[in-house]
Unconditional design. Structure first.
Length: 365
């Protein structure tokens, strides 16, 4: 009996608990509590807005006062408030817009917000593609993440596959972020070009060079690693080469071709990677990358080799004239053939001096 009376007294004392808000914060507290009271069945947009309003109050009240205000003015616990604020704190503005557009339930949003950043990115990507999630399904994905990471340490073919998948997953997230940022910058540049404005190379380099340099390296490791015998996807290889060139400003086209290259090559490559838009002129091409993706600025080494070959032939002819002999013509043919086989390099006419050399040789005989 005495225990019951004590319990009733304790309960009465709790219900008699009061909260007096600081005068300077009363308008804000009244505004937020009124907003909370006006909410009905909360959708994604209202749940996120509720989180923003609670963060406003939390920023001006001490922790204990915040808890009392929640309880007495809003009928809410600190834990309830945390469920709302974490959605705003963990999701970016773009991610929040995606959640609203997909009409994700507030309870599902809260569970997604408790995951690590890579898992959040993965889940939001799956939601964007149309997949539906329940609370239990999200929890299962989050709980299953730790064993998956541990499994990458295993050996054998399966262990190698898991290790590769884990690496590629991280690389793809980085590539997507870098190329998206570059696409936004290039779209602004293309808009100015189409208005007839002159855009210098330095503007493009400042906007995208660093991001595209890293994206090009990662794309190369993903789609065309060294020593791989796998078929090369033509569209992706073309995109990779253009993005790599965007990341190397000395290889940008000359002034006359620069604007056309940005509009007709750089922009389609970035849109292909980010939006999946097909490349014009590459449909149905298999194994023709070296021919189809010509003059992309990656033939610099071949051009250098061609120059060396040309110099070798010219030096040989000069030595023959100096020494008064025809020299070893067998050594000229490979060098001349090498020049002719270099892509996008015009054949070099070296036949003019030969009659003089041959005539001089005949005279010496």
């Amino acid at each position: 009996m005495q225990k019951t009376q004590k319990a009733n007294k304790a309960k009465a004392s709790k219900t008699a608990e009061t909260f007096v808000a600081p005068e300077e914060h009363r308008p804000l507290l009244s505004e937020v509590s009124g907003f909370i009271a006006s909410l009905g069945r909360r959708d994604a947009a209202e749940a996120l807005e509720l989180g923003r309003q609670l963060i406003r109050v939390k920023s001006v009240l001490p922790e204990k006062s915040f808890g009392k205000w929640l309880k007495l003015e809003c009928g809410m616990t600190v834990r309830n408030a945390w469920n709302h604020t974490i959605r705003v704190e963990k999701f970016t503005v773009e991610q929040q817009e995606l959640l609203i557009a997909a009409a994700v339930k507030p309870t599902v949003m809260t569970i997604i917000a408790t995951a690590d950043a890579p898992v959040i990115t993965e889940l939001l990507g799956r939601i964007l593609s149309g997949e539906q999630f329940t609370v239990s399904k999200v929890k299962q994905r989050i709980k299953g993440d730790t064993p998956a990471k541990a499994a990458t340490e295993g050996g054998g073919a399966n262990g190698l596959r898991r290790a590769v998948d884990a690496r590629v997953k991280v690389d793809l997230e980085v590539i997507n972020k870098l190329v998206k940022r570059s696409l936004k910058a290039v779209e602004l540049i293309v808009a100015d070009i189409r208005k007839g404005k002159h855009v210098p190379k330095t503007r493009l380099a400042t906007a995208v060079e660093a991001d595209c340099q890293k994206a090009g390296i990662l794309l190369s490791a993903v789609i065309s690693p060294r020593g791989s015998d796998a078929p090369l996807p033509v569209e992706w290889e073309k995109a990779r080469q253009i993005i790599s060139r965007l990341g190397d400003s000395p290889r940008y086209p000359g002034r006359e071709e620069f604007h056309d290259w940005v509009v007709d090559a750089a922009l389609p490559a970035l849109r292909f990677v980010v939006l999946g838009e097909a490349f014009p002129g590459t449909a149905g091409l298999i194994g023709q990358v070296a021919v189809d993706i010509a003059d992309d600025g990656e033939n610099d080494t071949a051009e250098h080799d061609a120059d060396q070959a040309t110099a070798a032939v010219a030096d040989g002819l000069l030595n023959e004239e100096i020494n008064g002999g025809a020299g070893d013509h067998a050594k000229e043919a490979p060098a001349r053939t090498r020049v002719a086989n270099v892509p996008s390099i015009a054949p070099i006419e070296l036949s003019a001096p030969e009659p003089e050399v041959q005539a001089e040789s005949a005279a010496n005989v």
